[in-house]
Ligand binder design. Structure first.
Ligand code: FES
Length: 163
């Protein structure tokens, strides 16, 4: 385990209510919560591994695998659901060929749910790589995905050109 992971866990374990802040900082640092950390977290917080897994799986923000190059989050909360969010979600699943909490086989996109982005008046809303988009139709989503995929292809070509 990287030394910094242990430092993060121990620092938060010393504080009341430190579990969630620890998980957030670990995910910020490593991009996800590696399974290898669960034992250390459980020991440091004096809780069971099942409890750690329970907390991680309860909060949709936490991921247990590395994310793809682009992260698409679709709002699954009520206001967005009532304004076409379900259709948008179905479209994303079909278009990407992966479900929520999953990454496309080529590693380009990770699809995640989010529960309210504060854009309820302009629903349905999504974020792509943390940038918010409002009143997103399936067509607009397709454009966003294509644009992100072409950036990805451009970056790959640049990388290959340098090697
Ligand atoms: S419910 Fe989707 S942004 Fe608030």
């Amino acid at each position: 385990m990287p030394a910094s992971a242990l430092e993060i866990i121990e620092r938060h374990a010393a504080q009341a209510g430190g579990l969630l802040p620890a998980l957030h900082e670990l995910q910020e640092t490593f991009g996800y919560l590696p399974a290898a950390l669960v034992d250390s977290i459980a020991q440091a917080f004096n809780i069971s591994r099942a409890e750690v897994h329970g907390v991680i799986s309860f909060y949709p923000d936490f991921r247990t695998d590395p994310a793809g190059t682009h992260v698409l989050r679709i709002c699954r909360a009520e206001a967005c659901q009532s304004m076409g969010g379900e259709e948008l979600a179905s479209h994303a699943v079909r278009s990407l060929g992966c479900g929520f909490h999953s990454t496309t086989p080529d590693g380009r996109f990770t699809l995640e749910p989010v529960y309210c982005l504060g854009l309820c008046a302009q629903s349905p809303a999504v974020t792509l790589d943390d940038r918010p988009y409002a009143r997103v139709t399936p067509q607009r989503l397709e454009q966003l995905l294509k644009s992100a995929a072409s950036q990805h292809a451009g970056q790959l070509a640049e990388t290959e050109g340098q090697s």
